[in-house]
Design a binder for this molecule. Structure first.
Ligand code: IDP
Length: 152
């Protein structure tokens, strides 16, 4: 850990959480953070940023050829997001469970998307409030992208 006072312990499990532009604009930062903290996870990094096209192409490289990629990038760069590094035992899978299904209409009540996300209308194609890494390997890659100062 160079030039940083943030206590990143590589022996712990981490996930990368993003509160997407719809979550930020709708004032849901506190709600999402509160759910993470109440679950017993620790937020060890947090920043507000407007993603660039380059960052999004790297973050979502697996989706580059998907039909929704352009609208996804447009949505994700439409306003501020909150990026967080969250630490805790089995936090990657736990936060995936907390998020709920990708499609808000299919997300179960009790999940962030199931409780808070709006149905995807024609004008809101890809909105679903949060992102969470899908594996510890993805988490390492995404944390290095959004928080290089923490892990370099
Ligand atoms: P996840 O965010 O639940 O992990 P992914 O399949 O990795 O879901 O997709 C990344 C993001 O791309 C989703 O959160 C959503 O914003 C958007 N997305 C995924 N599938 C579709 C789709 O079929 N139509 C429109 N947007 C989509």
């Amino acid at each position: 850990m160079a030039d940083s006072n943030i206590p990143y312990n590589p022996k712990e499990e981490h996930t990368l959480v993003l509160i997407k532009p719809d979550g930020y604009a709708r004032g849901l930062i506190g709600e999402v953070i509160s759910r993470i903290e109440k679950r017993g996870f620790k937020i060890i990094g947090l920043k507000i940023t407007i993603p660039t096209q380059e960052e999004l192409e790297e973050h979502y490289f697996e989706h580059k050829d998907k039909h929704f990629f352009n609208s996804l990038c447009e949505y994700m760069s439409s306003g501020p997001i909150v990026a967080m590094v969250v630490e805790g035992s089995r936090v990657v899978q736990s936060f995936r469970n907390m998020m709920g299904d990708t499609n808000p209409a299919l997300a179960l009540p009790g999940t962030i998307r199931g409780d808070l996300a709006r149905d995807w209308g024609p004008d809101r194609g890809v909105e679903n409030i949060v992102h969470g890494s899908d594996s510890p390997q993805s988490a390492d890659r995404e944390i290095a992208l959004w928080f290089p100062e923490m892990v370099d």
